[in-house]
Design a protein around this ligand. Sequence first.
Ligand code: ZN
Length: 257
Amino acid sequence: MLAVPSSAQLRYLILSDIHSNLEALEKCLELAEGQYDEAVCLGDIVGYGPDPNAVIDRLRQVTRTVIRGNHDKACSGITEAEDFNPLARQATLWTRQTLTAEHLSFLRSLPPGPLTLDGFQIAHGSPVDEDQYIVGPETAIPALKSLTSQTAFFGHTHLQGGFMLTFKGGFRSIRCSGAEDGCVLAVTLEDGVRYLINPGSVGQPRDGDWRAAFAILDDTQRRVEYYRASYEVAQTQRKMYEAGLPEPLIIRLQLGR
Ligand code: ZN
């Protein structure tokens, strides 16, 4: 007899680090259209890019499951961005002045991670600390051991990929590569293995690939799919010039760094 999937087994669109990049967000939503039931966002909706208000509006059409990132905190005045570099701080202050009162209060209302959803967790930086960068075994292994579900999604580093820990303590990194737009890697979630999955950054990738990144969790197939999508980066850059945002932040978009 065939197992009938329960209603809880869905496909989830996982978005992170959109950073006010409307063109990148629209392209991800276009590529993912019809392929997911629910969407979640791991934070850093704003900061760096030229469209903070439009991106918040668009995201709220797609999901209400959103946690805050460090840029959401700084841009809404929860923190003062004193630990940001001067360029990031400049973009933060511009974003703060550009956001509507309603969007400022929306950002301030976002919960911190980690958040436990239907069988998985989401965090901005790490499940053990919302502002921590998970970049290698020193930070990934304690985070993997802290998980209360098999899989957690995280962002913050803007690097698509992740980490896994087997029940025998075997640690491995997950790396993505693929020149074609679409699914660049699919990872089957195996019993006895814990996963930390970074979908990559929608609006400011830093893994050497300028294309917008996202992931889909297929709960029925027990599989994570990583995606890349080319978008109109020149249009985003034009808007950044017009807004007077710092030039290095404009150039880095086309480099993916
Ligand atoms: Zn970010």
